[in-house]
Every structure is written in C-alpha cells, then in structure tokens.
Design a protein around this ligand. Structure first.
Ligand code: FPP
Length: 246
C-alpha cells in the first residue's frame, strides 16, 4: 500500500484507452475489451470515492469515435444502455451523482431516456459527482459555448465587451464545476485527444502504459501519489507559491 497522499485532487478526469489492444492480446473481439472496461469503470468510481475525490469525469465515447466500424459503435451504445440498467441503483446506493456530458442529439432515444432517468434518480446525491462524456469533443464543447454566447449577444442579453473567460466557461458542459486537477490516460499514448480542451488548461497529466481493462486501485493510487508531489504554480514562480503557503 503506497503512502497516503495528503493533497487529493478534487477533480480527476480519465481517458480510458486500450480496450481494443487488451482484447486483441487475448484473441477476443474488441467488444470483449469494452466489456472488461466496464469493470474498470466500476472499480475506479469506487476507489475515487474512497480516496475522497469529489468529481470524476470519464471519456467514454468521443465525437471522433462515430467513425469506428458501425458494429463497434452500436455495441458500445448497447453497452452504455446495459451499464446504466445495471449500475444506476448501485451508484444511487453509494450516494454518487451521475451526469452525462456530450452531444445528446447524436444519441438514440433509448439511450437518452436511460441517461435522463439515471441523472434524475441520482440528482440529489451528495457524494462523488460522476460525469460520463459520451459523444463529447472538446472543440464541439467550445463551439457550442461560443454559439450560446453569440445567441445572448443577438438577443441583447450580453454585449461583446462583456464576454470573458468566466462567461465562456459558464456555457461549457462542465459549467459551475471546478476544472480537473489531474488527468489520467491509460493505454500508452500521451495526448489529450480532444477531451476537455478548455477545462484541462492547468491539469497535471499522468500517463500509463497499463491498458484500461487492467487499470485498478493500485494504478489510481500511483496517479494520486504523482499528483501529491506536484507543485501547482498557475503561471506564478515557485517562490511566489511557497510564500503564499499553498
Ligand atoms: C478506448 O479504447 C475506449 C473506448 C472508446 C470506450 C470506453 C468505454 C468503456 C470503458 C466502456 C463503458 C464505459 C462506461 C462509462 C459504462 P480503444 O477501443 O480505443 O482501445 P485501443 O486503443 O486499444 O484500440
């Protein structure tokens, strides 16, 4: 058991990569990798809550994932519906609040209904906030926010001069929530892949070669230890940060 880190990130974001390679290494179809990935999602939600993380945001399906083979896309959509059917009661029992971010207009009606029911059921929970990104892209998020602000200007509710970072952030999918402090990416690649482009501006980035279906509490603790050793400067000097005692 690693030493207990003292500063736990409030918000952890995760790019869950490597399901396909995990399956291929076992001569299984890609779908089997995604299925195994659901078990890692369950374990990660549990560990995050136990360690005192307040928000967990998972990248489950990107805007770019629509271009995967149709069979894989439809099996992933089926898996989301099944996971919602199976897991929402358990999440609710554990006081988890579930929310989805992404372009719901792209999703089929059955999935949207399940999403809405899961969000409604867990709406008043006060424990971990779990955001699941489906049909999500960071650029889409920023473009949607820009359109929203343009609409407000056109309706005379806002002037162009009044647009600032806070106004744009308030029109993003994660409006009102603190930015992720730590980004975890599994599967060996070291990139952001159009995830929360705006919100990740100051996140600490932790990459591991471990494939998502093999990601467990020990890996999560390694990421927390990495984070605990970082000094976050937000553009200031080390001396300024030390003088401020944070
Ligand atoms: C990336 O691995 C993973 C995905 C595109 C899907 C993630 C989905 C899950 C973990 C399942 C369910 C999630 C929830 C929230 C219930 P990849 O297919 O790109 O792997 P590869 O890079 O090895 O091919």
């Amino acid at each position: 058991m690693p030493a207990e880190p003292t500063n736990i990130p409030r918000h952890v974001a995760v790019i869950m990569d490597g399901n396909g390679r995990w399956a291929r290494a076992r001569n299984k179809p890609r779908h089997a990798g995604h299925r195994a990935g659901v078990a890692s999602v369950r374990a990660t939600v549990e560990t995050a809550a136990q360690r005192g993380v307040e928000l967990l945001t998972l990248f489950a399906f990107s805007s770019e994932n629509w271009s995967r083979p149709e069979e894989e896309v439809s099996s992933l959509m089926g898996l989301f519906v099944e996971a919602l059917r199976r897991e929402v009661n358990e999440l609710h029992r554990n006081n988890v609040r579930l929310r989805f971010i992404g372009d719901r207009a792209q999703l089929n009606r059955g999935l949207v209904k399940k999403i809405e029911a899961g969000e409604e059921k867990t709406r008043r929970n006060t424990g971990l906030l779990l955001n699941v990104a489906v049909a999500y892209g960071g650029r889409w998020d920023i473009v949607s926010a820009a359109k929203e602000l343009a609409g407000q200007v056109a309706r005379g509710e806002l002037t162009t001069a009044e647009i600032d970072e806070a106004k744009l952030a308030a029109a993003l999918q994660l409006a009102g929530l603190p930015d992720p402090d730590l980004l975890i990416r599994t599967g060996g690649e070291q990139r952001i892949s159009n995830f929360l482009l705006w919100n990740l501006a100051y996140a600490e980035l932790w990459f591991t070669d471990v494939l998502w279906p093999e990601f467990d509490a020990r890996q999560f603790d390694n990421a927390l230890l990495f984070y605990a050793q970082k000094q976050r400067r937000y553009g200031h000097t080390s001396e300024q940060v030390e003088a401020a005692g944070c």
